[in-house]
Design a protein around this ligand. Structure first.
Ligand SMILES: Nc1ncnc2c1ncn2[C@@H]1O[C@H](COP(=O)(O)OP(=O)(O)O)[C@@H](O)[C@H]1O
Ligand SMILES: O=C(CO)[C@H](O)[C@H](O)COP(=O)(O)O
Length: 520
C-alpha cells in the first residue's frame, strides 16, 4: 500500500450534515483543510417531541456548501467525496419521492429527526420483548433509533406514508444514494441504528416479533439488503445529475457514509500525539474516548473484543474503525441544552446586547464574565449553591431512561447577568458530570479510558472543554483542526477514491499533520 507521498493536487470533499447546519470541507491528501463552508438547515417541531426535516432541503444545502468549497480549484482534481449525517429517518415512495412523516400530510417534511421522541409507546413495547438484538444496543433500545420510528409510521400513518413507502433511509445513506443512485446502506448506520449485525445480518425474528414482518417478507429491500463498509466506493461514483447539483465532475468516487458522531470519532481517535509529553503517548488507541459535542454529545470508545456496557449503545463491530468494536455513550441534548438555558433566561437580551457591543459570541462573553465574577476563586466554586440535572430530553446513557426530565436547584428571585452566567456554568458542569458517569459505566464493564479527544461545535468553547478535564480528571486533547468531523467525512472520500487502501491506514496518515492542544 502506498502511503502519504501522493502527487500534489489531489483533493477530497467531506460533507457533514449536523442537526442545525450542513458543512463542507475541501481537504488535501495530508488531511489539511483548505476550504470550509456552512449553511443552516430547516427544522420543524409541529408538536412537542416531534422533530422533522426535509431531505430536499438538506440536499440543496449540501450542494450550496460543496460548490463553495471547490471554488477556485480545478474540480477535476477532486478524487473523492464522503458524507456523514445525523441518524435521522428519511422516507421516500417507490419512485424515490418524499413522503410525509406528519399528520398534516406535508411531504416536504419527510424526515423524522434523531431527537424526535414520538415513538415512546413503540419503544416500550420493543424493549418488553427482551429480544436478543437488544444486547447490542446497551440492553435497552433508544427511542432515537429507527425501529420504533418505523413502527410509529406503520401504526399512525398507514395510508399516507407506510403503504406508499418504497425506501426508508438513514440520512447518511440517503445522501450517498442521492449522489450515486446506489441504494446500498453503510454498515455504520445499519449496525448502530437498525439492529443489523455485521456478522449475522438481519434477524428475521426481531422484525416479526415487533410487528414489522413486512421487511422480512420483501427481503429487506426497503431498509437495505446490500451493505457496505464505510469508505467503500459506491457504483460509478457521482451521477451526471448529482455532479451538476454539486458542481463536481460526474464519476467522482463517493464513499459509503458514516453517522456524524462516527465521522468525528474517525477524525480524532487516531490522532498522532507524539512529542507533546502526553500521558497517552504510547498507550493503545483503545484507551482513547472520542467525544463529539454538538447539539448532543456522543462518547465513542473502541475495543478489540466486544464489551457489553449497560445503558451504553453497542458493542457494534466495525461500525467506526474497521476490525474494532465500538461502544457509544451519549447525552441527547448538550449544545441544545446550553442554548436553551441561556436563551430562555430573563437576562438574555442584555447578554446579547453586551456581547454584540464587544463583537463577541454570547458564550465568549459569558466565559469572560465568569472570570470577572469568580474573583480569586476557581470558577467551579461559583456553583456551590446551584445545580442542574441535565436530562431535559431524557437520559441516553448510562441510565437509558427517556422519561427522565431536567432539574435546577438553588434558584433565587434575582435574574441578572450574574445569575445567567452561573446557571450557564452549572449547565456545562452538569453535562461534564454526565460524561463522567458514562466513562465510569464504560470502565466498570471493561473499558480503560485515559484520555478524551473532543470535537464538534462545543469543543470551540474553552469553558466546556476545561470543565470536562476538571470533572473527569482526564486530559482532554483537541486537534488544531477544529472541523474534525469533516476530516472524518473526507477520510471516507479519500478511501473511496482508491488513493488509500483502507480507512484505518488513512486515519494515521491524515493525523500526522495535526498539531494538538491539551487541557489538563
Ligand atoms: N464558538 C463556540 N462557542 C461556544 N459554543 C459553540 C461555538 N460554536 C458552536 N457552539 C455550540 O455548539 C453547538 C452546535 O454544534 P455543532 O457541532 O455545530 O452541532 P450539530 O452538528 O448538531 O449541528 C451549539 O449548541 C452551539 O451553541
Ligand atoms: O445519535 C446520533 C449519533 O449516533 C446522532 O446523529 C447525534 O446524536 C446527533 O448529532 P449532532 O448532535 O452532532 O447533531
Amino acid at each position: 500500500m502506498s502511503g502519504g507521498d501522493q502527487e500534489p493536487g489531489r483533493y477530497y470533499v467531506g460533507v457533514d450534515v449536523g442537526t442545525g447546519s450542513v458543512r463542507a470541507a475541501l481537504v488535501d491528501q495530508r488531511g489539511v483543510l483548505l476550504a470550509f463552508a456552512d449553511q443552516p438547515i430547516n427544522k420543524w417541531e409541529p408538536q412537542f417531541s416531534h422533530h422533522e426535516q426535509s431531505s430536499e432541503d438538506i440536499w440543496a444545502a449540501c450542494c450550496v456548501v460543496t460548490k463553495k468549497v471547490v471554488q477556485g480549484i480545478d474540480v477535476n482534481q477532486v478524487r473523492g467525496l464522503g458524507f456523514d449525517a445525523t441518524c435521522s429517518l428519511v422516507v421516500l415512495d417507490k419512485q424515490f419521492h418524499p413522503l410525509p412523516v406528519n399528520l398534516e400530510g406535508d411531504s416536504r417534511r419527510n424526515i423524522i429527526m434523531w431527537l424526535d421522541h414520538r415513538a415512546v409507546s413503540q419503544v416500550h413495547r420493543i424493549n418488553e420483548t427482551q429480544h436478543s438484538v437488544l444486547q447490542y444496543v446497551g440492553g435497552v433500545m433508544s427511542v432515537e433509533m429507527q425501529a420504533p420510528k418505523l413502527l410509529w409510521l406503520k401504526e399512525n400513518l398507514r395510508e399516507t406514508c407506510w403503504d406508499k413507502a418504497g425506501h426508508f433511509f438513514d440520512l447518511p445513506d440517503f445522501l450517498s444514494w442521492k449522489a450515486t443512485g446506489v441504494t446500498a446502506r453503510s454498515l455504520c448506520s445499519l449496525v448502530c441504528k437498525w439492529t443489523y449485525s455485521a456478522e449475522k445480518g438481519w434477524d428475521d425474528s426481531f422484525w416479526k416479533t415487533i410487528g414489522l414482518e413486512d421487511f422480512v417478507a420483501d427481503n429487506y429491500s426497503k431498509i437495505g439488503n446490500q451493505v457496505l463498509p464505510p469508505g467503500a466506493s459506491l457504483g460509478n461514483g457521482l451521477t451526471p445529475e448529482a455532479a451538476k447539483d454539486l458542481g463536481l465532475p460526474a464519476g467522482v468516487a463517493v464513499a459509503a457514509s458514516l453517522i456524524d458522531a462516527h465521522a468525528g470519532g474517525l477524525g480524532v481517535i487516531g490522532a498522532d500525539v507524539r512529542g507533546h509529553g502526553l500521558s497517552c503517548e504510547g498507550q493503545p488507541v483503545t484507551s482513547r474516548l472520542a467525544v463529539i459535542c454538538g447539539t448532543s454529545s456522543c462518547h465513542m470508545g473502541i475495543s478489540r473484543d466486544p464489551i457489553f456496557v449497560p445503558g451504553v449503545w453497542g458493542p457494534y463491530f466495525s461500525a467506526m474503525v474497521p476490525g474494532f468494536w465500538l461502544n457509544e455513550g451519549g447525552q441527547s441534548v448538550t449544545g441544545k441544552l446550553i442554548d436553551h438555558m441561556v436563551q430562555g433566561h430573563a437576562a438574555f437580551p442584555e447578554l446579547q446586547a453586551k456581547a454584540a457591543a464587544r463583537c463577541q459570541s454570547v458564550y465568549a462573553y459569558l466565559n469572560s464574565h465568569l472570570d470577572l465574577i469568580k474573583k480569586a476563586q476557581p470558577v467551579g466554586f461559583l456553583t456551590v449553591d446551584l445545580h442542574v440535572w441535565p436530562d431535559f430530553h431524557g437520559n441516553r446513557s448510562p441510565l437509558a431512561d427517556l422519561t427522565l426530565k431536567g432539574m435546577v436547584t438553588g434558584l433565587k428571585l434575582s435574574q441578572d447577568l450574574d445569575d445567567l452566567a452561573i446557571l450557564y456554568l452549572a449547565t456545562v458542569q452538569a453535562i461534564a458530570f454526565g460524561t463522567r458517569l458514562i466513562i465510569e459505566a464504560m470502565e466498570a464493564a471493561g473499558h480503560s479510558v485515559s484520555t478524551l479527544f473532543l470535537c464538534g461545535g462545543l469543543s470551540k468553547n474553552p469553558l466546556f472543554v476545561q470543565m470536562h478535564a476538571d470533572i473527569t480528571g482526564m486530559p482532554v486533547i483537541l486537534s488544531q483542526e477544529v472541523e474534525s468531523v469533516l476530516v472524518g467525512a473526507a477520510i471516507l472520500g479519500a478511501c473511496a477514491s482508491g488513493d488509500f487502501a483502507s480507512v484505518q491506514i488513512y486515519i494515521y496518515l491524515f493525523h500526522l499533520h495535526l498539531p494538538l492542544s491539551k487541557y489538563l
